[in-house]
Design a protein. Sequence first.
Length: 156
Amino acid sequence: MTKAVFPGTFDPPTVGHLDIITRAAAAFDEVIVATGVNRSKNRLFSPEERLEMLTELTAPFGNVRVGSFEGLLVDYCRAEGAGVVLKGLRSAADYDYELQMAQLNYAMTGVDTMFLPTRSEHSFVSSSWVKEIARLGGDVVAFVPPSVHSRLLAKL
C-alpha cells in the first residue's frame, strides 16, 4: 500500500492545493494532507481552523485524510507509516528549495519525496498572495475554494 503525506501550512488552502490533493488521491492508495503546527509563527487561521477547512475539502475523497504535526515532517511520516512526501511545485524556485529538503529528509530517514508540478492555471497562486490581495480588498474568489473564500472574508 502506497501512503503519501502532502504537507503544508494551508493558510489558507487554495485551488492549487486542492488540485494537488485531487491528483494525489488518484495516484496513491492513501494520502494524508498534513498541516504543520508551529506556534511561534503567526498565521491567519489557527491550526484547528486549517484542519476544519482541509477536512471539508477532502471529504469527497475516500482515500484522503487530514492530520497535523509538530516537529520534523519525517518523524510524522514514520509514525504514520508513509514512505513518500508529496510536494507540489509552482516554479523552478520551489524546486530549488524543495530539492534540498527532499535530499535531507531522505538522508535522515529514507523517506522519499515526489514532486508534482502544479497545473499552469494555478502556478501563480499562493496562500501568501491570496491573503495579501484579500487584505487589500481584491477579489480572490478564483483562487480559493468557496468554503475557504467565505472563511477568509469573515477573518478579514
